[in-house]
Write a protein that binds this ligand. Structure first.
Ligand code: ASP
Length: 336
């Protein structure tokens, strides 16, 4: 296993610079199929998504099965092993969107391991887009999802007990301490402090889909929902243009309809990176002083298979995969 110390050593030896964006720049154009996802956990999720994409599977299946991997990881920041709300309860939010503009979402879902798969069922089996709380859980159970015990993972329990000492809601700026490269199998569970995975993919048939799943900000108010399950905020797909997903302080993303904005900026001719950069600037412009204490990151792909990302603070990587042996992290450029 590559632990954080070894990983930093590798980076300090300059190994990381071999994998900078310039080296990969030539590969960034017109890859199809392709899948990208937020944060280093995206590497493992991409691996699963790639199995589907490389055998001419659908982007929609890839983005669901891909993030299922992260939802299952008990020590990860996403899923039932994640930090709870301020009442000590883990609540999950997720959404999914396909190439036809069909979408489904769930929020404040408790005790169900795979919220993104429930979101897909909402999309496919109901006349609605969004189910929340008890109703979402009832629907999931009716569709055959197992109701897990309401117990905190050992790491979440420890963090929650620690948090209770002061009970202050202060979102931690979610950044990484270092950057790739490392293989998906070397990634340590729980090494990062954010709460979300967003994934967008372009399949061999040229169709785009996306997913986003989260436990939300740790120690949030009971009932709080962030951007991640909101179509147009945490995720947006338009098969004429491309797709985008977001991570970071959800309230800021919701205020600018972040991923819808990114997709519309791509429609106007901006590259994925430029579109993400302009959306980040929109957030910062509202209140630059406040933005210094915030993290938001966007990632996007367009119909040509080009990808890009941008964030407020340094320390946001996203994982890109377009071949069995091409699954790597890219450090997104940042405003600060
Ligand atoms: N965007 C998520 C939320 O606000 C949190 C995260 O991305 O870490 O709920």
């Amino acid at each position: 296993m590559l632990n954080r110390r070894n990983f930093l050593q590798l980076s300090s030896l300059g190994f990381g610079s071999l994998f900078n964006q310039d080296v990969f720049a030539k590969n960034r154009n017109r890859s199809r199929p392709i899948v990208i996802s937020t944060w280093p956990e995206g590497l493992k999720a991409n691996e699963e998504a790639w199995k589907i994409l490389k055998s001419n599977g659908k982007a929609l299946d890839a983005v669901e099965k891909g993030v299922n991997v992260t939802e299952s990881s008990i020590n990860c920041c996403v899923g039932l092993g994640a930090n709870p709300d301020r009442d000590g309860i883990v609540t999950l939010d997720a959404c999914i969107m396909d190439e036809m503009g069909n979408c489904g979402a769930v929020a404040a879902l408790e005790r169900i391991k795979h919220p993104v798969s429930v979101a897909r069922m909402v999309m496919e089996k109901t006349p609605h887009v969004f189910l929340v709380g008890e109703g979402a859980q009832q629907f999931a159970v009716k569709e055959g999802f197992t109701l897990d015990e309401q117990v905190l993972s050992p790491s979440a329990k420890k963090e929650y007990e620690n948090w209770l000492k002061k009970s202050e809601y202060k979102p931690i700026i979610n950044i990484e301490k270092g950057h790739g490269p490392f293989a998906p199998s070397q990634l340590e569970d729980g090494a990062y402090n954010h709460d979300t995975i967003g994934m967008v993919a372009l399949d061999a048939s040229g169709n785009v889909s996306g997913s986003c799943t989260t436990s939300g900000m740790g120690f949030k108010m009971r009932g709080r929902v962030g951007d991640s399950p909101i179509i147009g905020a945490g995720l947006f797909v338009d098969n004429e243009v491309g797709a985008a997903t977001a991570t970071g302080v959800g309230e800021e993303v919701i205020r600018i309809c972040g991923t819808h904005l990114v997709v519309e900026l791509m429609r106007q001719g901006n590259s994925p990176e430029e579109a993400c950069r302009k959306a980040v600037h929109r957030i910062v412009k509202r209140d630059k002083a406040k933005a210094k204490d915030l993290q938001v990151g966007f990632i996007a792909i367009n119909k040509n298979g080009e990808h890009g990302g941008f964030c407020i603070q340094k320390g946001f990587d996203y994982a890109v995969c377009y071949a069995d042996d091409k699954n790597y992290l890219i450090q997104a450029k940042s405003y600060f």
